[in-house]
Design a protein around this ligand. Structure first.
Ligand code: 26V
Length: 855
């Protein structure tokens, strides 16, 4: 069952019955009418009929749920295209300053529910499909997630697009059109297995290919000096970037913006017909094959030199195509006569780099301005600096990108020159203006000339090129200033900002939990909270109201029942909806400490086994659910997945335990799974080692849905706790400030493990969960030094306070009045975490753009 379904079925009436296939369309008496903007059920049905009959993808009159989905989506797309055209025309006419958000990842999820919800056409579509013999719920469930991302950074980009559209901002997203996304995860006896995620299997009804928008992108080649002293990049290989637009509708506005994703092609003349006819097919198609590698997958393995080169190619391909497109649009909107006034460029264009993957946008803009447009260095640098800004999303050393100078110079010789010049000028600047920083220059430089492995530090290049640098939660932004970028901060204090992340209230409450939304609207007497999330604070006055408690608990239960069905279908594990639903869903990483969660479960299970039947009666039944993908080459993370599933296999089949404890690993975590799991959860775990999670955004989604958080003082947890009240947050663990000292103490052999920690590890080692070799995992928690070993993530240190805190959770849950009140207060305190607020801040404080609403 899908979240959208409930919005249709929730109210009962004509749509509550499921319709059986196959459907005889001729009996529907609905004529096919091409009607791009229908707003009533009949018009919608006629337009869907039109797509069934005249759409090029399926045999006419075949009307199984899958075809019905495509025809329905295409009819929605008609409306979106019209609005998109109007929006584009309006932007073109009014020529406002426009933001371009460049991101390697977007996790869009499904689009149908969101699109008809934003267009306020959910009921019309529900009734239309009824007339045609289908129910919306089944149709919505046909859609595959658009999975062009990996984790929080990609989903954030998608939430941001939703908010940019909803706030009617002149903004646009750029990314890559991966044929397969990251990967599709299957869980077998061996643990996680990865398969190509074929999200485009048939086709995506949401993308519009722009055959007229093509930009050449060059790789390799050489740089030559021109007679006038300028430099020119020539030769090498050229591929074409072809634009696909995915429309992004705003909520309650006509504004529909675009996510433009690039696909790599080679022109037909590059196809070697002679080689082909001579039977050398590989040679004939070699350029095609190379081009198709660029957009094959997100984050291809980079253990080999080829892999590294491909990653860099992807990044440059995205940056170059996007920058060329931005510049073409800028020129198109200039008066046709006379020379272009490039100083106007930063008044019309803001480029936001989502992490370091789009860093090459800066040298690429420099290259175009200097080599193609003839500007001098200083002028080009000033324009670039005023145009680009950078968001940092992680302080993990292994995620801070560094590219080999050799690879960079080979693939992008002209950019390497430009980067070298940036590096040189930076050194001169510091020497001249800040002699006190002289000793820091080497560590601040863009080029790390370590003779073993000379690299380009992409984050440093971002900081130098950008006029603003921001972190994604207050604590994280402070760490950037105090630690990662401390020297740069002392050089340019005004450059650094914080923009605490947010999530879109449309997808993450209004559409994924229609039951709770209805209750909120009823008690607040307005649905304006959907675009003004601060209004949720109005729920506080009812936090003790018994009637609200009843309705709230009923809505949560409905969500739990729905999710329990889903889980049983996907995993075969039957769970009791009256248990506490406890979830940890996020990428699997040691710093996120899923290992601590499962060690806690192991400890709980052991204690339960030791209990008398009388004692067991007092236990709060729990279902512990985890989900998330482990990066394909990250062995330790994959072992964690394996341990979770092994613990589940034992616990879930222990007759003495029954419903008191279940442990479920939900396979193939994606946006759709999150939309089902979050509204159903009562407790969620955000338990990273303090200082390591930049923000987290699922914590915001859970709190918004009235799910309580057990967590450390890390990332946005800090601000969530402030907003919802510390009495409504289960806090434990070391503070970020203490972490360096604790690591040192551990290295000095001063750590004394808690007996409960030892007991949990020992239980696993005893073979209670099978004979898989967990030693590399358990060993990482032992010892006293090093990364990965010596318990770098401080699981052992935090474990006792975690177990104590879980006890408090159980006590709180026993008092359901208290629990429901805490749940209401969580939602009531979540107003700050709307991506509308975040985006409004970016617009004001970084981009300097204003609303540009289609009349
Ligand atoms: C880095 C790398 C490097 C190795 C190859 C694959 C790969 C993929 C992604 C990244 C960047 C990771 C940065 C990231 O996802 N950060 C997350 O951003 C969220 C949105 O701001 C934030 O809520 C999370 O705390 C943060 O981990």
């Amino acid at each position: 069952m899908s979240p959208a379904a409930a919005s249709v079925n929730g109210g009962g009436g004509e749509m509550s019955e499921k319709v059986k296939s196959p459907v005889d369309l001729k009996k529907s008496n609905v004529p096919p009418i091409a009607h791009p903007t229908p707003d009533d059920a009949f018009g919608v049905a006629a337009n869907i009929q039109y797509h069934v009959q005249y759409g090029p993808h399926f045999s006419p009159f075949k009307f199984e749920p899958e075809q019905a989905f495509y025809a329905t989506a295409e009819s929605v797309r008609d409306t979106l295209i019209q609005r998109w055209n109007d929006t584009y025309a309006h932007f073109h006419k009014t020529d406002p300053k426009q933001t371009y958000y460049i991101s390697m990842e977007y996790l869009q999820g499904r689009a149908l529910t969101n699109a008809i919800g934003n267009l306020n056409l959910t009921d019309a579509y529900g009734s239309a499909l009824m007339k045609l013999g289908h129910d919306l719920e089944t149709i919505v469930d046909q859609e595959r997630d658009a999975a062009l991302g990996n984790g929080g950074l990609g989903r954030l980009a998608s939430c941001f697009l939703d908010s940019m559209a909803t706030l009617s901002l002149p903004a646009w997203g750029y990314g890559l059109r991966y044929k397969y996304g990251l990967f599709s995860q299957r869980i077998t006896k061996k643990g996680q297995e990865e398969y190509a995620e074929d999200w485009l299997q048939k086709f995506s009804p949401w993308e519009i290919v722009r055959h007229d928008v093509v930009h050449p992108v060059r790789f390799f080649g050489e740089v030559q000096s021109q007679e006038d002293g300028s430099r020119r990049w020539i030769g090498g290989e050229t591929v074409q970037a072809l634009a696909y637009d995915i429309p992004i509708p705003g909520y309650q506005t006509k504004n529909t913006i675009s996510l433009r994703v690039w696909d790599a092609r080679v022109p037909a003349q590059e196809f070697d017909l002679y080689a082909f006819n001579a039977g050398d097919y590989a040679k004939a198609e070699s350029l095609h094959a190379k081009a198709s590698q660029i957009c094959a997958v997100l984050y291809p393995g980079d253990a080999t030199e080829e892999g590294k080169l491909l990653r860099l190619k992807q990044q440059y391909f995205m940056c170059s195509a996007s920058l060329q497109d931005i510049i073409a649009r800028f020129k198109e909107r200039r008066p046709s006569k006379g020379p272009i006034d490039w100083s106007e460029f930063p008044n019309k264009v803001a480029v936001q780099m989502n992490d370091t993957h789009p860093t090459l946008s800066a040298p690429e803009l420099m290259r175009i301005l200097m080599d193609d447009e003839g500007l001098g260095w200083d002028e080009a640098w000033a324009i670039t600096n005023k145009t680009v800004a950078y968001t940092n999303h992680t302080v993990l050393p292994e995620a801070l990108e560094k590219w080999s100078q050799t690879v960079m110079a080979k693939l992008l010789p002209r950019h390497m020159e430009i980067i070298t010049e940036i590096d040189k000028q930076f050194q001169a600047f510091v020497t001249k203006t800040r002699p006190d920083l002289e000793s820091k220059i080497e560590s601040m430089r863009v080029l790390d000339n370590n003779p073993q492995k000379p690299v380009v530090r992409m984050a440093h290049l971002c900081v130098l090129s950008s006029h603003k640098v921001n972190g994604v939660a207050e604590l994280h932004s402070d760490i950037l200033k105090k630690d990662l970028f401390a020297d740069f901060y002392s050089l340019w204090p005004d450059k650094f900002q914080n923009k605490t992340n947010g999530v879109t209230p449309r997808r993450w409450l209004r559409f994924c939990s229609p039951e709770l939304s209805t209750i909120i609207t009823k008690w607040l007497r307005t649905d304006k909270w959907v675009t003004n999330l601060d209004l949720l604070a109005g729920l506080r006055q009812f936090a003790d109201d018994k009637q609200l408690h009843k309705e709230w608990a009923a809505a949560k239960l409905q969500n739990k029942v729905r999710f329990a069905h889903y889980l049983e279908e996907k995993t075969g594990v039957k769970i009791n909806p009256n248990s506490m639903f406890d979830t940890q869903i996020k990428r699997i990483h040691e710093y996120k400490r899923q290992l601590m969660n499962i060690l806690g479960v192991v400890y709980r299970y052991k204690k339960m086994k030791e209990m008398s039947p009388e004692e067991r009666k007092k236990v709060v039944p729990r279902v512990v659910m985890l989900a998330g993908k482990a990066f394909a080459t990250y062995e330790q993370a994959k072992r964690i997945v394996k341990l979770v599933t092994d613990v589940g296999a034992v616990v879930n089949n222990d007759p003495g335990i029954g419903d008191l404890l279940k442990v479920v690993f939900i396979p193939n975590y994606n946006v759709t799974v999150a939309e089902l799991a979050i509204p159903a959860s009562e407790l969620s775990q955000h338990i990273s080692t303090a200082g390591m999670e930049a923000s987290g955004t699922s914590n915001m989604k859970f709190a918004l849905n009235g799910c309580l958080i057990i967590g450390t003082l890390d990332g946005a947890n800090v601000e969530i706790r402030e907003e919802i009240g510390e009495e409504n947050f289960f806090l434990f663990g070391a503070r970020a400030d203490d972490v360096p000292r604790l690591r040192k103490e551990r290295e000095a052999g001063q750590f004394k493990p808690d007996p409960r920690f030892e007991e949990a590890k020992h239980f696993i080692r005893s073979g209670a969960f099978g004979d898989y070799d967990y030693e590399p995992l358990l060993d990482s928690l032992e010892g006293n030094s090093g990364y990965g070993r010596g318990d770098y993530f401080l699981v052992g240190y935090d474990f006792p306070s975690y177990i104590d805190c879980q006890k408090e959770v159980d006590e709180a849950y026993k008092d359901q009045d208290r629990w429901v009140k805490m749940s209401i207060l969580s939602t009531a305190g979540s107003g700050k975490f709307s991506s509308d607020r975040t985006i409004a801040q970016y617009a004001r404080e970084i981009w300097n753009i204003q609303e540009c609403r289609v009349p």
